[in-house]
Design a protein around this ligand. Structure first.
Ligand SMILES: [Zn+2]
Ligand SMILES: [Zn+2]
Length: 475
């Protein structure tokens, strides 16, 4: 009898929207943190399956191309290349790349939604949307602008950056067409609707069992006392994966696509032959739980919509284990802004600097507890201090007493567990150990610096490995 290995932990790196490159604020948030946590978990011998990808189907992508007068396909190719270059230079590994431009992925997403409708799990219902009286666009996501009805912040029809509330043409105050300024007019469409209230018991189990940061807990507290919304899963619109069967003429809404991609990704690695919804759900028997790495502003999606989609698909138990979230990262005291060209692009910065030092610095300065601030001066000072430590040259003075180094290495490695993940603590402890000339071959060193290739983690039953090879696209 072979020993039964423990289940797989799925780690989800959010797919960046291809309406721009990654900047180092993104890198300092979910991207490096997820990679560090994945590497550390693998080094501990845990079975980890890390999902990454890009997000092509929010209509923000088409809007960006129209705004800058670019061919949308060329623009997607350019930003996609910059994003995957940043992954590669930054050593950000993954087991499955969720590729919305892959026909197999598109068929899978449209097929899973069709099965949910045909099986009666998700009803087709008449739903009042809004369209623009002038240009006729369905007003959702980037096509609508107004004010959040909860906090008054200006918002598009996705979610409010001010308070995290869901927003739509139906809920925004003073909505108008963001493309031409036209007025919204009601439009009744027959669309698949996920009634989140039907999944409340399951969702409350997910919320209770997982480890969420305290700010997210207060958001979840609100969800517990207010009715959960009905969510259209597809729209009559001009951007997104085209639906078929009873949904012909609609396109999969991008949050629906993301939720379904998290069903598809593990199946792709664990059951590569899976074609149906039930076969993909079966792959989830091997999955112990899911960790999301994401920004606070996406709380609704990874605590509620994505778990509800897994539940609707038939994944029998709650799988949420927790989230590692981050606040904004500032650049020289100000928010990153593409329009003001106040940004430091991740691919360019990683190409110009030593990626190991970039990783260590961004872990050291990680905006997890508060908005922290990247400054070139601090980065330079950090590099001058750390470079000799990495080279094995302890400082002439100010080194940690050698007797304390083992405790620092232990502390660093414990801080890289998913529960209580704290990369900023881990790097401080590691640097203290390095000042004594030890810790170079530690798990914390390998995970934080990205030294060495990631090894495959998602071993299937019986110890065989299928499709768990970590790679970076374009290698
Ligand atoms: Zn319009
Ligand atoms: Zn708001």
């Amino acid at each position: 009898m072979t020993e039964q290995p423990s289940g797989v932990t799925v780690i989800i790196i959010p797919q960046p929207t291809v309406n721009g490159p990654l900047h180092i604020g993104h890198l300092s948030g979910p991207y490096l943190a997820a990679d560090i946590a994945s590497r550390a978990a693998r080094a501990r011998g845990e079975r980890v399956l890390t999902l990454a990808g890009v997000d092509v189907h929010p209509n923000y992508v088409l809007t960006k191309a129209e705004n800058i007068g670019a061919d949308v396909d060329e623009m997607i190719a350019k930003y996609r290349a910059q994003i995957t270059t940043a992954f590669q230079l930054g050593g950000i590994g993954y087991d499955v790349f969720l590729d919305p431009q892959d026909p197999d992925y598109q068929r899978a997403v449209a097929g899973m939604l069709r099965e949910l409708v045909e099986g009666g799990t998700v009803p087709m219902e008449e739903f009042t949307l809004h369209q623009c009286a002038d240009c006729g666009r369905t007003l959702h996501h980037s096509y609508v602008v107004g004010k959040c009805s909860v906090c008054g912040t200006g918002a598009n029809g996705t979610s409010c950056e001010g308070c995290g509330s869901l927003t739509s043409a139906q809920s925004l105050v003073d909505p108008s067409c963001a493309r031409c300024g036209g007025s919204p007019v009601p439009m009744v469409a027959t669309v698949p609707v996920l009634r989140l209230e039907d999944y409340r018991r399951r969702l409350e189990a997910e919320w209770l069992q997982a480890e969420w940061p305290s700010r997210m807990r207060s958001v979840l507290q609100q969800y517990r006392s207010a009715p959960l919304p009905d969510i259209p899963l597809a729209y009559p619109t001009n951007w997104g994966i085209e639906c078929d069967g009873p949904l012909a003429g609609l396109r999969v809404d991008f949050p629906t696509e993301l939720g379904l991609s998290y069903l598809y990704g593990p199946a792709r690695a664990l059951r590569p032959q899976a074609q149906t919804l039930a076969e993909r759900v079966a792959a989830w028997r091997e999955v112990d739980g899911v960790w999301h790495f994401n920004g606070m502003d996406n709380t609704f999606y990874f605590t509620t919509l994505y778990p509800a989609i897994l539940a609707a698909a038939g994944v029998p138990e709650p799988k949420a284990r927790g989230a590692v979230v981050n606040e904004l990262y500032l650049l020289e005291g100000q928010k990153f802004s593409t329009s003001r060209n106040h940004a430091l692009w991740a691919d360019e910065f990683l190409a110009a600097e030593d990626p190991e030092l970039v990783r260590l610095y961004l872990a050291w300065d990680r905006p997890d507890r508060y908005e922290s601030d990247f400054t070139h001066e601090s980065f330079r000072a950090f590099c001058e201090w750390v470079r000799p430590l990495l080279a094995g040259t302890p400082p002439a003075e100010g080194a940690l007493p050698a007797a304390l180094a083992p405790a620092e290495i232990e502390r660093a490695e414990r801080a890289l567990h998913l529960a209580g993940f704290d990369a900023a603590l881990a790097i401080r402890s590691l640097l203290a150990a390095l000042s004594t000339g030890t810790g170079h071959d530690s798990v914390a060193m390998a995970a934080l610096s990205g030294r060495g290739a990631q090894t495959q983690g998602a071993q299937t039953r019986g110890g065989q490995t299928r499709g768990g090879q970590t790679r970076a696209e374009g290698r």
